[in-house]
Ligand binder design. Structure first.
Ligand code: CDP
Length: 219
């Protein structure tokens, strides 16, 4: 069994690359950001102010998160498009500052990781959650290019956004995620750093796959 951690900022290509790598290697893909997005979605749906840390801390037990057959299930409800709105990233970033929220997400990831090989993307997978992951990568790209990628994704989903708003949101989230005290966004000392600016996603996948030992590929 082995784990691949892919960390990096918004729009660095982590999730596209992680999905492709999971297909190529036939292992599970887990999107840790989706778990933060689900927690934010739950509280916002109940009209809770995400700045109300005490409330969130004391109501986390109301939430059950299950990942099964490629579906993220929040208290029995399959969640997908609801957490992909442009504002969901900022909401996820707000709840992700809370230590108890992080512990909850980490325990979901770790319990799945005990059962199977997988590729997980996020901000702190290689530094905190799966510190012993066999392979660790940190993807970066210029803010301009990351915003362009995210803008194209949102426009393809018919979201009504402007490029400037997307760029601002990405810059703000980078700042918040990198400067927070718990599990800030940073490369693990033993991560391979890949700057994906101007790089095709296939090329990034080839680079990552090139690090994976053939014994792991055969399973
Ligand atoms: O896809 P994108 O990179 O825009 O966002 P995401 O991976 O879904 O993460 C949304 C937010 O959740 C991030 O901005 C982080 O604040 C938080 N997050 C985190 O703190 N730790 C993780 N392992 C994953 C996400």
């Amino acid at each position: 069994m082995f784990h691949i951690a892919i960390d990096g900022p918004a729009g660095s290509g982590k999730s596209t690359v992680a999905k492709e790598i999971s297909k190529r290697l036939g292992i599970l893909y887990l999107d840790s950001g989706a778990l933060y997005r689900m927690i934010a979605y739950y509280f916002q749906g109940n009209g809770v102010d995400l700045a109300d840390v005490l409330y969130i801390q004391s109501h986390l037990d109301e939430i059950s998160i299950v990942y099964a057959d490629g579906h993220y299930i929040l208290n029995g409800e399959v969640i997908s498009a609801q957490i992909r709105k442009p504002q969901s990233g900022a909401s996820a970033s707000a709840v992700s500052r809370i230590g108890q929220v992080r512990e909850k997400v980490n325990s979901v990831i770790r319990s799945i990781s005990e059962k199977c090989s997988m590729v997980v993307d996020g901000r702190d997978i290689g530094t905190v959650v799966l510190k012993d992951a066999r392979y660790k990568f940190f993807l970066t790209a210029s803010p301009q290019e990351r915003a362009e990628r995210r803008y194209r994704e949102l426009i393809a989903k018919n979201e009504d956004v402007s490029f400037e708003d997307v760029l601002n949101e990405i810059n703000q989230r980078d700042r918040a995620d990198s400067s927070r005290s718990i599990a800030p966004l940073k490369p693990a000392p033993d991560a391979v750093i890949i700057d994906t600016t101007g790089m095709e996603i296939e090329r990034v996948c080839d680079i990552i796959a090139g690090y994976v030992d053939s014994r792991d590929i055969r399973g």
